[in-house]
Design a protein around this ligand. Structure first.
Ligand code: SF4
Ligand code: SF4
Length: 58
């Protein structure tokens, strides 16, 4: 399932934005994953030092 960013944990560092190979992460008022672009590679999850990115469970 696509990754999802928890706004309550995100410290707005931008690391995930840079790490995503398919540019599926965008910054609005918070960072968001564009689900239609996400290939579920898991890379952003490993880059997030705040543990704010989770794989959706459904
Ligand atoms: S799981 Fe991969 S493709 Fe999806 S947002 Fe994270 S880095 Fe990008
Ligand atoms: S890497 Fe984590 S803390 Fe940094 S902007 Fe992305 S979700 Fe937020």
């Amino acid at each position: 399932m696509p990754a999802t960013i928890r706004a309550d944990k995100c410290i707005l560092c931008g690391a995930c934005l840079v790490a995503c190979p398919v540019h599926a992460i965008v910054r609005k008022t918070v960072y968001e994953v564009m689900e239609e672009r996400c290939t579920d590679c898991g890379r952003c999850i490993n880059y997030c030092i705040a543990g704010a990115i989770e794989e959706q469970s459904n």
